[in-house]
Structures are given as C-alpha cells and as structure tokens.
Design a protein. Structure first.
Length: 88
C-alpha cells in the first residue's frame, strides 16, 4: 500500500544514477503514524534496450521516528511494457 508518510518521492543519488550501474534511493519521515506492514516507498521506471538486467535490492538502514532500528525487509516486483504500452 502507499503510505502518506512516504507520499513525497524518495531522494536519490544523481552520481550513482549517472554511472548506469545502480540507483540509490533514500526515504525519511518523522511522522508519528509510520506505516506497519508492507508499504511501497518508491516506484522506479526503467527504459531498457536489450535483455532485462538482473535487479537486486539492498536495505542499508531502517528506523522509526525515534531513530530506533526496526526489522524491515525489501522486495520488488517487475512489470514490463513494450514501447507502445502493451505487455510483452
């Protein structure tokens, strides 16, 4: 689900994006009503030429509004569309 605490798009590292090998995102919220359970923090759109790349996620830090560490996991799903918008 989409949480209001993360309605603003996450920050990203432009230097990491420029090298073409990785995308670094960071989301931060001090709202007291941080979401519980599975929550979408970001949606990333890629324009690809050729075969799809191998994708991987890495979670560096996760904490609550008091900066206490929380048990968090990352996951992603992929969908593909052709240039005309149809699914391959």
């Amino acid at each position: 689900s989409d949480a209001t605490a993360f309605a603003t798009p996450p920050h990203y590292d432009p230097a990491a994006l420029q090298d073409g090998e990785r995308i670094v995102l960071g989301a931060f919220s001090t709202q007291p009503d941080l979401p519980l359970g599975k929550t979408r923090i970001a949606r990333v759109h890629l324009r690809l030429v050729g075969p799809p790349p191998t994708l991987a996620l890495s979670l560096t830090v996760a904490g609550n509004a008091n900066a206490d560490p929380i048990d968090a996991k990352t996951s992603f799903t992929t969908t593909f569309q052709t240039q005309n918008g149809s699914n391959p």
